[in-house]
Design a protein around this ligand. Structure first.
Ligand SMILES: [Zn+2]
Length: 225
């Protein structure tokens, strides 16, 4: 009888250890699964080239923070997933999303290398925006377009024509900063960043990924504020 009791106790003990073991396995799988599910977060940084942003650095940095929150949000992910985009360099929506989140810039600022502006090619998950304002070093046509009233043949900025540095009209930067238009600046950054990622558009206000994703960012920043 005593012997039987001993075996029963041994069995119970084994069962308990077995269940403990199973429990540990389940917990371990849970952790692994959670890690597998963990999304890649994107970080947004800004570098100021030349000194046109000197009075607006705080506004620009606050905009960058809001842009980063939007890019990492479910709403942004869903907007890209469900959108219909043209001029996507043959990428489908999830590839388009990955391209943005990876942040492998295609355009590199070679002419600014002397100013210690690094080229971020290859650093995953980091959007490195390089910004300046349009000035006398730019073609006169840009200065003229900057001076025009919004929507009347005017421009907001230029993408740097391959050098990876986004330029904005000083007039626009000044007025957006004065009225805290974070969405406008964030949308502009995103539009130009899409060019830096290698996307283009044929005409203004198009259904292109460049225009639409810039607009999505603007709307989401505005909505969050
Ligand atoms: Zn453009």
């Amino acid at each position: 009888m005593k012997k039987n009791l001993f075996f029963i106790l041994l069995k119970i003990n084994k069962l308990i250890s077995m269940s403990k073991f199973c429990y540990l396995i389940i917990v371990a799988f849970g952790i692994l699964n959670f890690q597998g599910d963990k999304r890649q977060e994107v970080k947004v940084e800004i570098e100021f080239v030349k000194n046109g942003y000197d009075d607006y650095k705080v506004f620009a940095r606050e905009t960058i923070q809001k842009l980063q929150i939007v890019l990492n949000s479910d709403e942004f992910r869903k907007s890209i997933k469900n959108g219909i985009f043209l001029e996507t360099n043959n990428l489908n929506n999830s590839e388009l999303f990955e391209t943005i989140i990876n942040g492998y810039e295609v355009q590199c600022p070679e002419k600014y290398l002397d100013n210690n502006v690094s080229c971020n090619k290859g650093e995953k998950g980091l959007i490195n925006l390089k910004v300046r304002t349009i000035d006398n070093s730019d073609h006169k046509k840009w200065l003229r377009r900057c001076a025009k009233k919004p929507r009347r043949g005017s421009t907001i900025g230029i993408d740097g024509v391959g050098d990876g540095v986004t330029a904005i009209c000083p007039q626009r930067l000044q007025s957006w900063s004065a009225s805290s238009k974070y969405g406008d600046l964030g949308g502009h950054f995103m539009h130009e960043y899409m060019h830096i990622l290698g996307f283009s558009h044929n005409k203004k206000k198009s259904k292109s990924a460049v225009y639409q994703i810039g607009n999505i960012v603007k709307e989401l920043i505005d909505k969050n504020n």
